[in-house]
Ligand binder design. Structure first.
Ligand code: ADP
Length: 622
């Protein structure tokens, strides 16, 4: 006895979180008195409902009661030992617990309450009774003259069948598994006491009191559109060593029809569903009631009975087997053994993946921002480059002012002399034909002057023009026109060697004119010290390497010193006292922006050849 007490004490201490040795060592205030709870189960130990309730109640007591609780459970096994066994059980309990009588007895299911009420006057000091798992009015309304409270549960057989018929709409036959002659309605019709077959539009057949092999065989050959209702505690005693829930599992395995019951203890053991108070709810409510009983002011007071609602409870595996969809279940349904969600199953991995995803998203965002910033910076560089190009264009045009003025003066002078000639001829009575010829000349001169001005204005304009398809031979002719006067002034003879066929490129006309103009102006500079007779400029257009268009400008000037030819296109490289060293750098950036390249070589005899290449525009893309 002493040993058992120590074990029980250890268990309780473990439940309340204090070790016995720790409490012995502490000299503090006296420990609170232990309260003893004895649970009397009606049936055997392994009945699922008993196991679930027992575990649930022990756990719930820890949180419901501040006092340490010693917990005991006994099993009346009423069904298997009905006759005269009750007195022997009473003797056994009084002997076993006489020295440490329970402060509360929990009666689980009707036979246990029946036992407690019948023998209450002999039970220790008539402790208060807290019942659980009882859905029968007769017990509740009778005045037993005993301190009773408890948890009223609801095992709703009729509602279970109604719901089952809803979920299996084509059902025609319902097979009832149960015992033919119940020993006691309280025991065998748990949850089915108010069930009437006439309330349901189906055929009922009773598979009652059959030997188990025969029952299993019958279930295996049920007709289509059938349902099975597991109505009574069949099998206690008849199942041999097989626990009842194992029999249910067996039945479900062979059955050709889904099985429903009004007890949640079988959900998860082959039964599809039940409308019932969950056993775990009962355990919690019972623990709370026990705590209230312990805390009551006077021994005559008892907390009121608690009525718990029934809930639809289903087994996910069986739902899948019988094609019951979760969306068809009533709201508030509890689905047991549903597969864990991805998160529940792989929380760590999902967490890690989420973290990686977030980090990656952050990086992507940073990269996007960086790229936005880079693009903005690129746009800014482009804008500055265009501005610089414009400035140098204006500067070049400034260098050309004298020759351009000359270029415009020529046609203007021609126009003037032609006009004077026309006046003279008119005075002399000239014919219409003669006057028309003069007028045609005037028009041509005017157009020539206009063209020079138009080109000048285009080069001086600041706006960026749209890329167009152009023939580089036209480009060369336009630039030649612009520098025509300058060439005359500087005594330079220009040789144009255009290609036989047009060479098309896609580009900005003004910018490309600027490149060529720059090369020509540099060439003129380079020939300043060349004897007038030898000043020669050759502008050639050919197809270059890799299907490129090449425009080259060869002069007979000083040439480029070998050591600087590599970096001649870099910025700020200049040999001129007032040079900026930007012209060639701008040429290179314009040409590269067009997908081309630039280069320079010294000529074998004298002078240098500067060239640029642009991607040729194929016939099909023009
Ligand atoms: P800048 O004309 O202001 O010096 P550029 O970038 O146009 O700037 O030219 C850079 C340098 O390249 C010139 O100072 C000159 O020394 C050299 N250069 C350019 N074109 C020629 C050429 N055709 N012959 C010899 N040297 C040249």
């Amino acid at each position: 006895m002493a040993l058992r007490g120590a074990v029980a004490c250890g268990l309780v201490s473990a439940l309340v979180g204090a070790s016995p040795s720790a409490s012995r060592a502490s000299p503090g205030p006296p420990e609170p008195a232990h309260r003893r709870v004895l649970v009397l189960y009606s049936d055997e130990r392994l009945l699922r409902a008993n196991v679930v309730f027992d575990e649930g109640l022990r756990q719930a007591l820890v949180s419901a009661s501040w006092d340490p609780v010693e917990y005991y459970s006994e099993f009346l096994d009423e069904v298997r030992f009905p006759d005269r066994h009750q007195e022997r059980t009473l003797d056994f309990l009084l002997t076993k617990y006489g020295e440490q009588p329970p402060d509360v007895i929990v009666a689980f299911a009707p036979p246990s309450l029946d036992f407690c009420l019948s023998f209450h006057s002999q039970l220790f000091d008539q402790p208060p009774i807290v019942f659980a798992a009882i859905d029968i009015d007769a017990f509740l309304h009778a005045d037993h003259g005993v301190k009773v409270t408890g948890v009223r549960a609801r095992f709703d057989g009729p509602e279970t069948l109604r719901l089952a018929l809803q979920l299996h709409p084509g059902t025609r036959n319902v097979f009832i598994v149960g015992e033919a002659a119940p020993l006691d309605p309280a025991r065998t019709l748990m949850g089915w006491s108010d069930f009437r077959e006439s309330d349901f539009p189906v055929q009922f057949e009773h598979l009652t009191s059959k030997p188990i092999p025969e029952l299993l065989d019958r279930l295996a050959h049920l007709p289509d559109n059938s349902l099975v209702v597991y109505q009574s505690a069949l099998g206690i005693g008849a199942t041999g060593s097989l626990p009842l829930h194992a029999l249910t599992e067996h039945m479900a395995r062979v059955s050709r029809a889904p099985i429903y019951a009004a007890l949640d203890a079988f959900v998860g053991h082959g039964v599809v569903g039940a409308v019932t108070t969950p056993t775990s709810d009962m355990a919690e409510a019972t623990a709370e009631l026990i705590a209230e009983v312990f805390a009551r002011q006077s021994a005559d007071e008892m907390p009121p009975v608690r009525a718990l609602a029934a809930k639809p409870i289903f087994d996910w595996q069986q739902m899948r087997r019988w094609g019951v969809r979760e969306k068809h279940l009533p709201t508030g349904s509890i689905v047991l053994s549903a597969p864990p969600s991805l998160w529940q199953q792989h929380a760590r991995w999902v967490g890690a993946a989420t973290a990686v995803f977030l980090v990656q998203s952050g990086l992507i965002l940073a990269l996007v921002l960086q790229s936005v910033r880079r693009r903005r910076a690129e746009r800014e560089v482009l804008r500055r480059r265009q501005e610089l190009a414009h400035t140098t264009r204006v500067a070049t045009m400034g260098e050309l002012t004298a020759s351009l003025a000359h270029e415009i003066n020529q046609p203007l002078a021609a126009i003037l002399s032609n006009t004077q000639a026309a006046q003279r001829l008119l005075a002399a009575g000239a014919t219409n034909g003669e006057i028309r010829e003069i007028l045609d000349d005037i028009e041509a001169d005017d157009q020539r002057a206009g063209e020079v001005i138009r080109r000048m204005r285009a080069l001086l304009r600041k706006e960026v023009s749209e890329p167009v398809t152009l023939d580089v031979n036209d480009l060369v002719a336009e630039v030649a026109d612009l520098v025509h006067g300058e060439l005359i002034l500087q005594n330079v003879s220009l040789v144009l060697e255009p290609s036989q066929t047009p060479l098309h490129v896609h580009g900005d006309r003004i910018q490309l004119q600027q490149v060529l103009l720059n090369l020509v102006m540099n060439a003129l500079d380079a020939m300043k010290d060349t004897a007038s007779a030898d000043r020669k400029l050759i502008v050639r257009t050919t197809t270059g390497e890799k299907r490129a268009v090449r425009v080259s400008v060869a002069d007979s000037g000083v040439g480029v010193p070998d050591e600087s030819i590599e970096r001649i296109f870099d910025r700020f490289v200049t040999t001129k006292p007032h040079g900026m060293g930007l012209g060639l750098a701008i040429c290179r950036s314009i040409v590269e922006a067009h997908g081309g390249r630039v280069g320079a070589t010294n000529n074998p005899a004298r002078g240098a050849t500067f060239w640029f290449e642009l991607p040729i525009l194929e016939e099909a893309r023009r």
